[in-house]
Design a protein around this ligand. Structure first.
Ligand SMILES: Cc1cc2nc3c(=O)[nH]c(=O)nc-3n(C[C@H](O)[C@H](O)[C@H](O)COP(=O)(O)O)c2cc1C
Length: 276
């Protein structure tokens, strides 16, 4: 069959309608030389599901690292222990400063974010799993020695001071004071806590486990023994001045930018859930 200009135009129109219907229209030409208004065709491996309105939506699928991420930080970060999937499928995690005493008696402070919180033991305890603690860091060392720690939650205006603890990480240093923060003794465990943080959770070490045997990071479970909460935060500790979240270098593999960054985020309530 001879493809006339008119037939070609009609085909492009039909394909465009199909692409629009699937919500996959691209602003930039994807195939060199493609006509103006060209669109991204659904990939072979794409899954078409249904959105709320009943219209089909296209979903990208990623099982192997997309070629577009080659040579970017998303690939390079493997050297720091991060899998490429984290940058495409990352879920924000709460950010806090874990404080302990080092074996020389100096306060240690470690930014932590890969973590989750839950009740367990039939409602008999509140626990935190630090999902990925570096075995070579001071936190791991001091937690294993002292078996206690404090989790300090900072508001956004304290973020920079808390981040300074990463630079002031010398073994001899009081990492809290040298970062412009105030170290206080915790009430129930032998650990320092940060006075300026709006919430301090005193914890005791329960157990640790490697996610994959032989890994250089471990999962550590702590039990929350008790907590201190600043008066102004009693009603609500979320929102702009509340608990911070770490958004780790998001990458859109369909439109990889030359540079990216991490973000610090806060929660916004969107729906009321149950009332009881
Ligand atoms: C936002 C943020 C979150 C972090 N989360 C973790 C974490 O979950 N696990 C970890 O091992 N290191 C984490 N780090 C890196 C440590 O804070 C950093 O390596 C620190 O210097 C280690 O201190 P330490 O040797 O006193 O334990 C994080 C850093 C930042 C900035």
């Amino acid at each position: 069959m001879r493809v006339t200009k008119a037939l070609e135009k009609a085909l492009w129109k039909k394909l465009r309608e199909f692409a629009e219907w699937n919500g996959v229209v691209s602003q930039r030409p994807l195939v060199p030389g493609s006509p103006p208004g060209a669109f991204r065709l659904p990939r072979q491996d794409s899954y078409v599901g249904f959105c709320k309105e009943g219209r089909k939506k296209m979903k990208y699928q990623y099982k192997e690292m997309p070629e577009s991420m080659s040579g970017t930080y998303g690939e390079f970060a493997k050297n720091f222990g991060f899998d490429w999937k984290e940058f495409i499928m990352g879920i924000p995690t709460p950010m806090f400063l874990v404080t302990t005493y080092k074996s020389n008696g100096q306060p240690n402070a470690t930014m932590q974010s890969w973590a989750g919180f839950t009740s367990a033991n039939h409602g008999g305890g509140y626990y935190v799993i630090l999902c990925s603690v570096n075995k070579r860091g001071h936190l791991y060392q001091s937690l294993n020695e002292k078996k206690v720690a404090v989790l300090n939650f900072m508001s956004s205006d304290l973020y920079e001071a808390c981040m300074k603890t990463i630079q002031n990480n010398q073994f001899e240093a009081d990492e809290i004071t040298s970062s412009g923060l105030t170290a206080e003794k915790a009430s129930w465990v032998e650990a320092p806590m940060v006075a300026e943080c709006f919430m301090n959770l005193e914890c005791r070490y329960l157990w640790e486990k490697e996610i994959v045997p032989g890994d250089d990071h471990v999962m550590i479970c702590l039990e929350v023994v008790g907590g201190h909460i600043e008066k102004d935060y009693m009603e609500d500790m979320f929102g702009d001045k509340g608990v911070l979240y770490n958004v780790h270098y998001p990458i859109n593999p369909e439109d990889v930018k030359e540079k990216g960054c991490d973000y610090v985020a806060a929660l916004r309530k969107v729906n009321q859930s149950y009332e009881y």
